[in-house]
Design a protein around this ligand. Structure first.
Ligand code: NAP
Length: 280
């Protein structure tokens, strides 16, 4: 694309940022429609944060993405937050709408869209085990809790964090949400297991968040990790005939939803996917 005096900027701010794949996905989508925007990543420290936000507002940005460690801090700089962002307690996408700055969280919706498209599961009435109770678990938990699942079990090595998350999610589902440490029994009764921990992520690719013998063939095993695409958990699931779903789809769909919020156009999912997979 040609950069002219009409070209505008959309950004990602976070710290660190060098590993991010968002610029590849978003620039591919912007170029697909030949839109006069570029998407750039900025490494912004906590000390620089307020100045950076004021700068983006003054420069007429239509919005930006926010990642670690600023997803909560950003909320006090916005006029409003959408329900999902308020309930998850974090914002990953800011959108300028009618002269206001609105915060969204596209992770939960991104996960659900990816699960539907690739996991081919209807979670309604199903029992789900979520491994982990961090930021990603909050987004995925909220998305599942608002999708009429029958039960959510939150398993985490720090039980108090599982208890906190379960209490929060209970507001959104009619059935019980249980915090536990040992999820062996819950996995036997579940249709979906979602790993939201970082266990198994590059470079610790041989690590598995649970004992793989607890898995069974009727499960869909979903892992939010996308590097590697096939984690030790997903390999163990495949080897016994269970269905698997990796984190790449969530990464693409959370970006796609942000693109739609900023530009009001359907995101070119396959173009965004190729932008990621072509480089590996
Ligand atoms: P986080 O807030 O730091 O939470 C990490 C979670 O992993 C916590 O529950 C933590 O347990 C658990 N954990 C970490 N090390 C562990 C270990 N050795 N054994 C057992 N549990 C362990 O991180 P996050 O932002 O939720 O991200 C978690 C993962 O999701 C990362 O791999 C990230 O790349 C992935 N993710 C993917 C996408 C996507 O688009 N695909 C989006 C967001 C995140 P404690 O509470 O006990 O510390």
């Amino acid at each position: 694309m040609q950069i002219t005096s009409q070209t505008k900027t959309i950004a990602l701010i976070g710290h660190p940022i060098a590993h991010s794949r968002s610029p590849e996905m978003h620039n591919a989508a912007l170029q697909y429609y030949n839109l006069p925007y570029v998407y750039l990543a900025y490494d912004i420290s906590i000390e620089q944060f307020s100045d950076a936000i004021n700068g983006m507002k003054a420069l007429g940005f239509i919005g930006w993405n926010v990642t670690i460690p600023h997803k909560v801090r950003i909320m006090e700089h916005l006029d409003e937050c959408a329900v999902d962002a308020s309930e998850i307690g974090a914002v990953n996408t800011v959108v300028r709408q009618d002269q206001k700055w609105i915060g969204y969280n596209t992770d939960g919706m991104g996960y659900l869209r990816s699960l539907k498209e690739e996991g081919k599961i209807d979670v309604k009435g199903k029992r789900v085990v979520i491994l982990g109770a961090g930021g990603a678990a909050r987004a995925v938990g909220y998305a599942l809790a608002t999708s009429a699942v029958e039960q959510i079990v939150v398993a985490n090595r720090t039980l108090s964090k599982a208890e906190q998350l379960a209490k929060h999610l209970e507001k959104w589902t009619k059935t019980d949400v249980r915090p536990i440490y040992d999820c062996k029994q819950a996995i036997q009764e579940a249709a979906l297991v979602v790993n939201t921990t970082s266990v198994g992520m590059h470079p610790h690719v041989n690590d598995c968040p649970i004992d793989p013998t607890w898995l069974h063939e009727d499960l869909l095993v979903s892992d939010l990790i996308y590097e590697p695409r096939q984690t030790a958990l997903l390999q163990a699931a495949s080897s016994i005939g269970a269905k698997t779903h990796n984190g790449l789809g969530m990464l693409i769909h959370q970006a796609a939803y942000a693109f739609e919020l900023w530009l009001g156009k359907q995101a070119p999912i396959e173009r965004m996917r190729s932008a990621l997979t072509e480089r590996g």
